[in-house]
Design a binder for this molecule. Sequence first.
Ligand code: ZN
Ligand code: ZN
Length: 585
Amino acid sequence: MVEKKDTVPLSFWEIQKKQQRASLFLFLMLFVFYFLTIGLVSAAILMTAGAFLASFTFFASSFFYKYTAIVFGIALVLTIINFIQARKSGVSYILKNLRACSPDPEDRYHLSFLNILEEMKISSGLLGLRGYIIPTVNLNSLSLIGQDGLPAIVVTEGLLAEASRDELQAVVAHETAHILKGDTFFLTLSCSIVAFYQQLIDSLDEERDLSQSDLKHPRRGRGSAQPLIYLASFFSYLLLNFFVALISQKREILADATAVELSRDPMALARVIYKAHVANSFLGDSSLFTPLFLVPPDSRDIQETPRDKLFNTHPPVMLRLKTLADMAHKNVKEVMEEVRAQEEQREKSRLLYSSLEDSSPDYQEKLRELQLRAREDLEKNSIWLARNARGQWDGPLALGSLVTLPYFTPATRIKNIKENLEGPARNFPQVRFALYRQLKKQPLDPATQNKCPTCRTELTEAFYEGVRIKKCQACQGKLVAMADLEKIFARRELAFPDWLKQKALAYREALLNPDLKPPVLKEKPPAICPECGLQFTLRPFSYHYLMPVYKCYPCQRIWFEDQELEILQILVENRSRNHSPASRT
Ligand SMILES: [Zn+2]
Ligand SMILES: [Zn+2]
């Protein structure tokens, strides 16, 4: 890069000075906001009072000065509190609200993002550049200035999965442009200031949750906090609109231009903006941080009407695309065409998923034998009975199932049917040892550790769409961390055969129709977690996808039997392709 100099227009000191000016400006604006709101509201109240009290006149000079001084004082105090709070905890609140986490260098996609950040740090002359990732399949990005003054770029898993390397570079360049121009500092602070009231509402909500024990009446305990919540919502709404008016829509176009200076690839930026625009770009449930994003969360629904033009935080996407395409001497149609061609290429390069259903009958026979033996093994070890609250014996249970019983304590009365012994659980050395190991976060029973819950084959470490998982090579079962699922749903490396797609659709139909039961809905026997040795809980995968799967909450892992994860992937992919606003929840 020969002309590097003109892309790095600001020295460290210049940036600092610019930030100080922005802080001062926002502080004054916040003060003006409070002074006006408090002044107008209280004046309205006092003037109505004046209409009833003959002796009271609002504009009597002695009263008016005192009144102005009081409003000034209150506005100043509120400004200082709000401002300090925003500087102190604003950024961490935004990150927490967006569920952003640090990239994992072991993950191929995350590593590529980290490498691009490193390159950008060097070519832009920034002192540091942190990365965060939001675990969602939706496409978006933003930049922030952290508490320590270091800038950070945040991208979603969906963006990492959908953008090619040059497009990801273009996104990072766009966000870096915002950082260099000082937009990021200004916007982070504005959003932190607005978030103050959201934080207040959240803490009031939390208090309410704690104070109410009766879950059946979730709306009950609201009473005392309600007026405060309304007031806080009112202020946050006013503040948001006040600050949005200060933010120029032009900054996006300017950042796009600077990004092109940094990455030299206007078409890559145009393609990724178009992708984010047509995909689902929704992030979190808060509209407070909208000005920060690459594309607004509801990009698809924005019309080019005068009203939308006036109240939007972002310029129309078509205008941005046209500006970028012009730089490459191309037009918007060509941008769309490139995206379509790329998509086609990608679909062709997906690896075809292979299943046990394709394997030989001999192999399937052997597998069934293994599964049967695993079942027998578990039954052989199920030598424990436990007495429940009604005085009846539950069981026989394996040790891992015994200690996961909801009513189990060391005082629970249990029975060992093999040795025919009965007593409180703490009297049995096996149980004491198991509880001790559990306390030490060691696997409960070393014999089941790292063994496939379905067929008892030793599990192996494997990568599935760039995510580290544990896999059974015999039955194709997969142990996946709950935190990694959004990555798998976002990435499209595997192609699924038509028969499996059909099966997934039939499965969804079956969930809607209780009379139909496909084989995947079969009753599942108890199984033991290969990590901790406790019994898995059999639960629906999620509220949207009711497939029953084995979950281990202490380990935060899910055990998927063959085809289960793939069927979920097909269903999620179908759903995120469906461009209806209803799919956003
Ligand atoms: Zn297995
Ligand atoms: Zn576990």
